[in-house]
Design a protein around this ligand. Structure first.
Ligand code: GLC
Length: 518
């Protein structure tokens, strides 16, 4: 658990020092000298900014296992850019955080965090990026392990993390106006605020917002752990108990001021048992505080004009270099270089709810057509093996890439023609938006954020039912449309210029925060 107190001097300007009471109590601050007045005005101005604290388990560019990290990284930046918020983010200091960043973090100090009978070291590091202050909670016993999740004691790890978030507030002298918690790993922060902290003066005005990025992962634990591990008093059992288990997502929904999901359609869907993984009743009971806000993407980072990972850059005005991206991609993946054969691509976790059952059902039928098919991603071993087998049997048509590779993903987004995303459910989905940015036309199932972001014939193709042949029919529609170069180019242009930036959605979060603070 011991942590080296490595204070980096490489970028001192990124260090954030906790305000000391000494500074705050300086009698000079009240003096009427012009200089001091100026200072006071300045302070008031920063204080006018509403204080937002994101609590999450991952954030780009530091560590990412999925879309959650991208949203934390890009939404926080977009909110800070409005100039209306002092945005800070807190995540665990996982050992897999990229070294290039870790070396630049500043050590701020440590406290001890009490959780039931445990009393644990909690180091705090910080780093400022694009106007957002990131805090990293250090405890090597909990976080010095490969990856982020999947350990027997994940419940304890994220309980410690969530408790630390509340405990570091006095240390940082930062009490947010809105504590915005994301997914079950941060659910306990909202729960602890309600059960243990909101009675204290400094914490009484903190409002909790809880965002569900995926309702499938709820954080469910045995009821026995309520006091001993989660340190929740028996009188609050009713808040977290669901179906004879502790359900942390349920607890956060009950305890938060408001909750949200990552698309308006998903906000509707999760009231239905088909989508809710057992929580539909809780969602319906708390519907009055639910909002759906569609995610945006980092449209500067994902840009066909500037992305350095591409074989060649192009623009929505001139797609001609996209042909180079395609040719080089085919070459790289050992597919024949056929400029007029459409490439259909999937960049996805290889799990059933991403619609892979539909794909495996019709793929051999589809491979009879003049197409090439590329898959990139890792996941369930039976899908991995199945796609590798297809590559062996159809080497000229199918390419399975069983890796998680950001560079290759961008080469695939830019070099393909059609992007397939037939998810059974999809809270938001970012890949369909990213594909659009590179002029690659999405074919999606009408669910969650796919429904909200892709409109048939405007910027993609859609199908409604979770049915393999409905999907095949629409893929073939897209493939035949691809042959009409003039119309296809117009479609590519509409896709590439669809506004998926945060500008609209950040505004919606802004309104939600202000509404909560009324
Ligand atoms: C989860 C969801 C995905 C969403 C992402 C970011 O990974 O499954 O649909 O885009 O969170 O909110």
């Amino acid at each position: 658990m011991a942590t080296k107190k490595t204070v980096s001097a490489s970028e001192p300007e990124t260090a954030v020092k906790p305000k000391t009471t000494k500074t705050a109590a300086k009698p000079k601050a009240t003096a009427a000298k012009p200089k001091t007045v100026k200072k006071t005005v300045k302070t008031t101005k920063t204080e006018e900014k509403k204080k937002i604290l994101f609590v999450a388990s991952e954030a780009t560019p530091f560590i990412a296992t999925g879309g959650l990290a991208e949203v934390i990284g890009s939404l926080s930046t977009a909110l800070a850019k409005t100039g209306k918020f002092d945005v800070r983010v807190v995540i665990p200091l996982f050992s897999d955080i990229k070294k290039e960043y870790k070396d630049k973090f500043s050590y701020m100090g440590n406290i001890y965090v009490h959780l039931a009978w445990r009393n644990q070291y909690c180091g705090v590091f910080s780093y400022v990026k694009d106007g957002v202050t990131f805090y990293f909670i250090d405890n090597e016993f909990y976080f010095k392990r490969p990856g982020c999740y999947g350990y027997y004691d994940d419940g304890e790890r994220f309980a410690f993390f969530s408790r630390s978030v509340l405990e570091i507030m006095p240390f940082l002298n930062f009490y947010p106006d809105v504590m915005h918690c994301h997914d079950w790993q941060a659910a306990l922060a909202a729960i602890y605020l309600k059960t243990n902290y909101c009675f204290r003066e400094e914490y009484q005005f903190i409002r909790a917002l809880f965002t569900i990025h995926n309702i499938e992962y709820q954080g469910q634990y045995s009821m026995d752990l309520l006091c001993d591990l989660f340190d929740i008093h028996g009188s609050y059992r009713y808040l977290v108990e669901y179906n004879n288990c502790i359900n942390l997502m349920k607890g956060a929904i009950e305890c938060c001021e408001r909750f949200s999901t990552v698309s308006p359609r998903y906000a509707q869907e999760i009231k239905d048992p088909y989508f809710a993984h057992g929580l539909d009743k809780i969602i319906r009971n708390n519907e009055f505080k639910l909002t759906g806000i569609l995610n945006g993407i980092d449209d500067v980072g994902y840009s066909c004009e500037h992305d350095e990972h591409l074989f060649a850059n192009f623009s929505a005005e001139d797609f001609s270099n996209k042909a180079i991206c395609k040719k080089e991609l085919q070459d790289m993946l050992n597919l024949p270089q056929k400029p007029d054969t459409p490439i259909i691509a999937m960049v996805t976790r290889l799990v059933s709810h991403k619609g892979l059952d539909l794909v495996t059902n019709i793929i051999e039928e589809l491979l009879k057509d003049d197409i090439q098919f590329i898959v990139l991603g890792t996941g369930d071993s039976h899908f991995e093996r199945y796609f590798c087998d297809l590559t062996k049997r159809y080497p000229d048509k199918f390419s399975a890439n069983i890796v998680f590779n950001g560079d290759l993903s961008r080469k695939i987004y830019s070099g393909s023609d059609i992007f397939l995303m037939p998810s059974k459910s999809e809270p938001c989905g970012l890949s369909q938006m990213i594909a659009c940015r590179y002029g690659t036309i999405p074919v999606v199932r009408e669910t969650g954020g796919l429904y909200d972001s892709i409109k048939p014939l405007v910027n993609g193709y859609t199908f409604a039912n979770y049915n393999a042949h409905d999907m095949l029919y629409v893929i073939r529609e897209a493939v035949s449309a691809y042959k009409n170069k003039e119309e296809w180019t117009k479609l590519m242009k509409r896709a590439a210029t669809t506004d998926f930036s945060w500008s609209h959605s950040a505004k919606e979060y802004e309104n939600l925060y202000f509404d909560m603070l009324k």
